[in-house]
Design a protein around this ligand. Structure first.
Ligand code: PBG
Length: 328
């Protein structure tokens, strides 16, 4: 009887030896928590489709971020729910809106905690699209790219002036990273980091977020500006353009169905890559776990480590708090 020469199982026998040869280790430092800020005080309004997540008023956001910081999580990304919406999304640029108010409160009380501001108009437009609309030559209604870019640059300056460490444009308009970079630099805010949602796909996995941010498009969809899930060469072109325009960190979104894209971006460019573990990825795991169909903790950690193994340096995830607790 002959025995195999290679015995990979030797290195799998005990937890100690598995730890010794483990290639990818998740740390709380890898995580950024997405949070939804709304007006008011003492408000924590649960989001039905995202068990464990809530819309929060500024004071509650502050308490939440203290806890995140104590778990070693370096920062949070803020999405805003304004008091009122209009066709051009003007509330996105209101220095007294919920997002700037939360940024100021956080930077006062937790100066070392990184505050990211998502920059997009879809939470602020009454039609739910990512910018003001215009009719094209063929009569089709579409988001007006250049007017949107101007508004995004103004909003980015408002958030940066409030104290944001990072601005993260998630709109997918052409040329917005360059416009935001020059607006920030022109306002003396050259140290503000830009994380661009460079490869953002038109995904069904954003469904629960649209309840959370009250930003579902009133008509049509976002396929005229977000990417076709069938494409990955195009993602490399988007990333190259955003880096050229001044992005410091590039993001791939969603993460789970696009691990190959994360990998290609990391291999090709070697820059810091963020992956967004989006609302639908969170909710489907929560739903299966609530039914007793899956081990939530193990599935969560498996998904997150896969994103890091694929090449993500940073993971934006609604699991941030739960995951960090398991990493201690
Ligand atoms: C705004 C934005 C969206 C998400 C992040 N920023 C929604 C969308 O593009 O429709 C989705 C996040 C998630 O699903 O968790 N443009």
């Amino acid at each position: 009887m002959s025995y195999p020469v290679h015995r990979p199982r030797r290195l799998r026998r005990t937890e100690t030896i598995r730890r010794l040869v483990r290639e990818t280790v998740l740390r709380p430092d890898d995580l950024i928590a997405p949070l939804f800020v709304r007006p008011g005080e003492g408000i924590r309004k649960p989001i039905q489709a995202m068990p464990g997540c809530s819309q929060m008023s500024v004071d509650v956001i502050l308490t939440e971020c203290r806890e995140l910081a104590s778990l070693g999580i370096p920062g949070a990304i803020l999405f805003g729910l304004p008091k009122g919406k209009d066709a051009s999304g003007s509330a996105a640029c209101d220095p007294n809106g919920p997002v700037p108010a939360a940024i100021r409160a956080l930077k006062t009380d937790l100066p070392n905690f990184l505050v990211w501001a998502d920059v997009c108009l879809c939470e602020y437009t009454d039609h739910g699209h990512c910018g003001p609309l215009a009719k094209g030559r063929d009569g089709r209604t579409d988001v007006d790219n250049d007017r949107t870019v101007e508004a995004l640059a103004r909003a980015a300056v408002v958030y940066a002036e409030a104290g944001a460490d990072v601005v993260a444009p998630s709109d997918m308009m052409d040329g917005r990273v360059g416009a935001i970079r020059s607006a920030l630099d022109g306002a003396g805010l050259s140290d503000v980091v830009i994380v661009s949602y460079a490869a953002k796909y038109a995904s069904a996995f954003y469904g629960p977020f649209r309840e959370a941010a009250e930003s579902a498009p009133a008509f049509g969809d976002r396929r005229g500006y977000q990417m076709d899930p069938a494409n990955s060469d195009e993602a490399l072109r988007e990333v190259a353009a955003d880096l050229e325009e001044g992005a410091d960190i590039v993001m791939v979104k969603p993460a789970l169905a696009f691990l190959d894209v994360i990998h290609r971006v990391k291999e090709r460019f070697g820059v810091p890559v963020a992956a967004y573990n989006v609302s639908g990825e969170y909710s489907m795991l929560k739903a299966a776990a609530q039914n007793g169909w899956i081990d939530e903790e193990r599935a969560m950690l498996e998904i997150l480590v896969a994103m890091k193994r694929a090449g993500a340096d940073i993971i934006l995830t609604y699991f941030a708090k739960e995951a960090a607790k398991r990493m201690k």
